[in-house]
Design a protein around this ligand. Structure first.
Ligand code: THU
Length: 131
């Protein structure tokens, strides 16, 4: 089921611009209405200005009109199981539900573990009172 997302995340990872860390990451997500978007990490010589693979994929989602994330796969060439960073958990949560699946992948083995956003980001910050 998530094999296609793993394959797309792996392809995206090959496009990473990671000349400083040499740590390519890829992500691919499926929306609840079946659209798929992928992304890689993009590093900048002014280090804090770079961003993560998940963030690139979310940018593509928003540019296609937005939507809700049903599942997302993440893979890193140099890590057997790549779990999204804290900032990306909050970014994914913006377009997800606690049931959204997060597939932690291994470059050779595919999906190694599937967790939920509720597990990755319990008690996420959320409010209706920002306007
Ligand atoms: N990175 C991601 O793309 N996603 C994550 O969830 C964790 C970290 C990237 C950022 C940076 O370009 C490289 O991995 C090393 O931290």
């Amino acid at each position: 089921m998530a094999d296609d997302l793993f394959a797309l995340a792996k392809s995206a990872m090959r496009r990473a611009h990671a000349p400083y860390s040499r740590f390519p990451v890829g992500a691919a997500l499926r929306t609840t209405d079946g659209r798929i978007f992928s992304g890689c990490n993009v590093e900048i010589v002014s280090f804090p200005e770079g961003w993560c693979a998940e963030t690139t994929a979310i940018g593509h989602l928003v540019m296609d009109g937005g939507g809700r994330i049903a599942e997302i796969a993440v893979v890193a060439e140099k890590l057997p199981l790549c779990s999204p960073c804290g900032g990306c958990r909050q970014r994914i949560a913006e377009f997800a539900s606690p049931e959204t699946k997060v597939h932690l992948c291994d470059i050779d083995g595919g999906v190694r573990e599937t967790v939920t956003m509720g597990e990755l980001l319990p008690r996420a910050f959320a409010t209706d009172n920002l306007s």
